[in-house]
Design a protein around this ligand. Structure first.
Ligand SMILES: Cc1cc2nc3c(=O)[nH]c(=O)nc-3n(C[C@H](O)[C@H](O)[C@H](O)COP(=O)(O)OP(=O)(O)OC[C@H]3O[C@@H](n4cnc5c(N)ncnc54)[C@H](O)[C@@H]3O)c2cc1C
Length: 377
């Protein structure tokens, strides 16, 4: 990813202006005045809420900040994530939930060659976990995992995965052949979990299907989750957990007066066009689905629209100068691509002696230090 970014950012005509936040440093309206076209690739960085009692109890977290915290996103360095055990719940049945489970359940040895941040590794590997619940509202066929990610759960050194709350059907019974292939593969993987030996495993991963969380309960901190059988069932039960992370999807955030679909949280757009000269791509366009590779063909189609629009417009003058003047006026500390390259090189170099891909600068302070002081050189 970083290498691809490096190639793109050095193409002629591309200028990288880091540490510039739209809405804080400049407004979307100002950008639109300066540039011929603006493309919003702002993602979907807000967790959906369950909307149930106890969601604000200490010990209940949302996935975006937690993932940001262990991945070294400086905005979440001060999250103070406390992985209280012995039981943890991850609520959701997609790849983000699997990512969380993997990171929480892997041993220090399994994470040794990764770029998991030190501050996170020390918290995670000290936690005395015995049970992780991955809770899905619906059944194994409806779960949104991709097969490669799901299959990895059978190969974690200290984890025994167990499917609970659902029979695993022999086939998905879905009409769409391509989707049925994925789902059937997932069902096969889930069936295979029964063969994973329990001997020597210290953590049970309960893949709990057809269970709808209806409340978090506790006093000073989370103690239990109340679950209800999905699909109109009346059975209710409680599981004791001390930490819970919700991973039930994301929403985009509003930017200026750009209309946002209240249901899906994406910018209201027609094939990527929000208005003439204003576009959206990626999760800001489609919503929080699809991997990085999904964004590429989708973005190419939007790029063609942008190109067609630009061909019909007289090009605006002195774009670069006007943008620089605005950022100077706002006293924005801009980090250009040379600064990004310095940071990248330092992070990679710091990882070499530890056999890791990189050691990230995870706080704003460390990040700015690593960028080097010649910010706009
Ligand atoms: C936990 C998790 C794990 C994932 N794992 C994988 C994986 O292993 N492989 C894979 O292919 N995909 C993975 N995905 C999916 C992948 O992250 C998305 O497909 C992809 O990031 C979407 O790209 P995007 O450009 O739309 O948004 P993003 O990559 O989220 O980029 C949005 C950018 O906009 C910036 N931004 C937002 N608001 C503003 C603003 N106001 N001003 C300036 N900048 C702003 C943000 O800082 C961010 O840099 C994962 C997603 C999650 C949440």
């Amino acid at each position: 990813m970083a290498r691809q970014f490096e190639r793109l950012a050095q193409k002629p005509g591309v200028r990288f202006l880091g540490n510039v936040e739209i809405g804080r440093d400049v407004s979307l309206a100002e950008l639109r005045q300066i540039y011929d076209a603006v493309i919003l690739a702002t993602g979907a960085a807000q967790d959906r809420k369950l909307g149930i009692a106890g969601e604000d109890l200490q010990g209940v977290y949302r996935s975006w900040p937690v993932v940001g915290w262990y991945n070294g996103h400086p905005d979440y360095h001060e999250l103070n994530f406390q992985l209280r055990g012995p039981a943890v719940a991850v609520i959701g049945n997609g790849n983000v939930a699997i990512d969380l489970v993997r990171v929480l359940a892997k041993t220090a040895a399994e994470m040794k060659a990764s770029d998991l941040c030190e501050h996170a590794a020390s918290v995670i590997h000290a936690a005395p976990l015995t049970d992780i619940y991955m809770i899905g509202r619906r059944g194994p066929v409806e779960a949104n995992f991709t097969s490669v990610e799901l299959a990895e759960l059978a190969h974690l050194a200290q984890v025994k995965p167990v499917v609970e709350g659902a029979e695993i059907p022999a086939v998905s019974g879905i009409g769409d052949a391509a989707l049925a292939r994925i789902k059937d593969k997932n069902l096969e993987i889930l069936r295979g979990f029964a063969e994973v030996p329990a001997a020597g495993k210290t953590i049970i991963l309960h893949l709990l299907f057809n269970a709808t969380p209806i409340a978090f309960e506790g006093g000073a901190g989370l103690e239990r989750i109340v679950l209800q059988e999905s699909g109109g069932g009346v059975r209710r039960w409680r599981i004791p957990v001390q930490t819970a992370i919700t991973a039930i999807g994301y929403r985009g955030v509003t930017l200026g007066d750009t209309p946002v679909d209240l249901q899906s949280g994406v910018f209201v757009n027609d094939g990527g066009e929000i208005a003439p000269g204003l576009y959206a791509v990626g999760w800001a366009k489609r919503g929080p689905s699809g991997v990085i590779a999904t964004n590429r063909p989708d973005s190419l189609a939007v790029a063609e629209k942008v190109a067609a629009f630009l061909r019909q417009q007289p090009a605006k003058a002195e774009v670069q100068q006007r943008m620089d003047a605005l950022l100077a006026e706002r006293k924005t500390e801009v980090y250009n691509f040379a600064a990004w390259l310095r940071l990248n090189a330092r992070e990679i170099a710091a990882g070499v002696s530890q056999g890791r891909p990189r050691v990230k600068a995870a706080s704003w302070q460390a990040l700015k230090r690593a960028y080097g002081k010649a910010a706009s050189a």
